[in-house]
Structure formats: structure tokens, C-alpha cells
Design a protein around this ligand. Structure first.
Ligand SMILES: [Zn+2]
Length: 268
């Protein structure tokens, strides 16, 4: 709790202790950004809870097809060990065993699928990824989709718009307010409806208070989730940036925890 609100980090990346530092350095190099933390579960829980975070949506996208099973097993083991964690698994559209991968993900009772088109090197609307979307849609699982990169258009908002048209029942959380470095396009192209939500992760440090509030109100505060993108940003600083937006009490309650809890049907 902070300032009287229950708080969920709806976008947290974690890695097994042995490879956490290397994985985090890889993300840092990819984005040319310094990382606040190192990507370990214990470190996330310690720092998050010290800052007032009660719940964590944990994920880790597989950058190669061979990693899918071990990452999903790891994420499920973390959820089993820490009841304050809700785990999304991963898939890779280039896998030759997509059905088997998805079966494993479901058997592990993972709550959704994290995809990262820029790390996984596929355009969101690549027809080769359609069988994967089809499976996810049929199962009713949500996707946490990394969105946006000013240097590439793999995860451009216009590509997400194509998928939303092609898969009318697919549920998607468009990360980073719909497009990291592509916030203008995101606002122009994307609109919330009952199957699309937006997280604030890795956005507030780059946007002015006015721009952030404007984007959140464009999508509707009731459709947005607070996210920190652990290990990228400091928990206390991200919370400070969020409260600096001075949204209403109702908006704060929703964005900080209740919107995600309701949308995923989580029991608190
Ligand atoms: Zn992410």
C-alpha cells in the first residue's frame, strides 16, 4: 500500500538468479538505458514491497524458441513460491512445436502470454504469428504485448490495429501506453475497448505530466494499469511520477490495482 492504495506492478521482468545480471545487461544494451535493478525475484520483491507494491505481474519473453519451456517452468515456479506474483508465460511464433509449447503453458496455469516483437524479431501482424494468436484467442488468455520502438516498426501501433481487426476476441494489454517512443502514433491509432488495455510502464519517465494524463484519458483511466517494467525503473521513483499526475482518487484506485484485478479476474 502507498498513500492508501493497493499497488500492483503490472509489468515486471524476472530471470533466474544465475542469468539475471546478464539478461538485465542485455536489455540495458538493447535500449541504451541504465537499469535500476538486476532482474532477480528476491530483489524485485524486496524493493517493490519496500516502496508499497503488493502484487506483481511477472513475465519474461523468450528470445529464442529453445528457451520457451524452461522460462515457462521458471515463471510458474515463482508464482507457486510467491502468492503475490501472477505469472504470464511466453511463446515464440517461430517455434515448430507451438501447440506443444502452448499446452505446457496452459498446464502450468499461466495467466497470459508475454510477447516482445522487437526482442523476438517478428512484426506483430506477421501472418506466420497468426496460428499463435489463434490458439491464444481460443483459450481466452490475454497477451501482454511490448509496444513501440522509435528505431523499428516491428511493434508499431498500426500493426497491433491489424491484429485487433483480424482477431476480434483476442485480449491484449498494449504495454508502454501503446508504444514506447511511439506515443503520438499510439494515441492516433489505438482506442480502448473491452478487450484492449494499456500499461503505463516505461512511459512516465519520457513524457511530461500533461502528455501522460492526456494519453491515460484518451484510453480511459479505467482501461489503464500501473506498471514499472522492473528491473528498468526505481519503484519509489515510478510511484512518485505516477502520483505527480494528480489523477482522481477513483482513477488512482483503478490504475494502481483494481483495473487489472478485475480484467484478469484475480481474487484479492
Ligand atoms: Zn516487458
Amino acid at each position: 500500500m502507498k498513500n492508501g492504495y493497493r499497488i500492483t506492478d503490472s509489468h515486471a521482468h524476472i530471470f533466474p538468479d544465475k542469468i539475471a545480471e546478464k539478461a538485465t545487461n542485455g536489455i540495458s544494451a538493447f535500449y541504451h538505458l541504465p537499469m535500476e535493478y538486476h532482474g532477480r525475484v528476491s530483489e524485485m520483491l524486496e524493493n517493490g514491497r519496500a516502496a508499497g507494491v503488493d502484487r506483481f505481474l511477472i513475465c519474461s519473453p523468450a528470445t529464442t524458441v529453445t528457451q520457451v519451456h524452461s522460462i515457462n517452468a521458471f515463471l510458474a515456479s515463482c508464482e507457486a513460491a510467491y502468492p503475490m506474483c501472477t505469472a504470464f508465460g511466453t511463446l515464440h511464433p517461430a517455434s515448430e512445436n507451438l501447440e506443444e509449447d502452448f499446452e505446457q503453458l496452459q498446464k502450468l496455469h499461466l495467466h497470459g502470454v508475454k510477447l516482445h516483437p522487437d526482442f523476438q524479431r517478428f512484426p506483430i501482424d506477421d501472418p506466420a504469428a497468426y496460428p499463435m494468436y489463434d490458439m491464444i484467442q481460443s483459450a481466452g488468455l490475454p497477451i501482454l504485448m511490448h509496444m513501440g520502438d522509435a528505431r523499428s516498426d516491428l511493434s508499431h501501433p498500426m500493426r497491433l490495429a491489424v491484429i485487433l481487426r483480424q482477431f476480434p476476441r483476442l485480449r491484449i494489454i498494449a504495454a508502454h501506453l501503446g508504444g514506447w517512443g511511439r506515443w503520438k502514433e499510439s494515441q492516433e491509432i489505438l482506442n480502448a475497448d473491452e478487450r484492449i488495455r494499456f500499461d503505463t510502464s516505461s512511459s512516465l519517465p519520457f513524457l511530461s505530466v500533461e502528455e501522460s494524463v492526456d494519453l491515460i484519458h484518451h484510453f480511459g483511466a479505467e482501461n489503464c494499469f500501473f506498471g514499472v517494467d522492473y528491473p528498468m525503473w526505481s519503484y519509489p521513483e515510478e510511484l512518485e511520477r505516477f502520483f505527480a499526475l494528480q489523477l482522481s482518487d477513483l482513477e488512482n484506485r483503478g490504475i494502481l490495482s483494481e483495473n487489472l484485478e478485475q480484467w484478469l479476474g484475480l481474487h484479492v
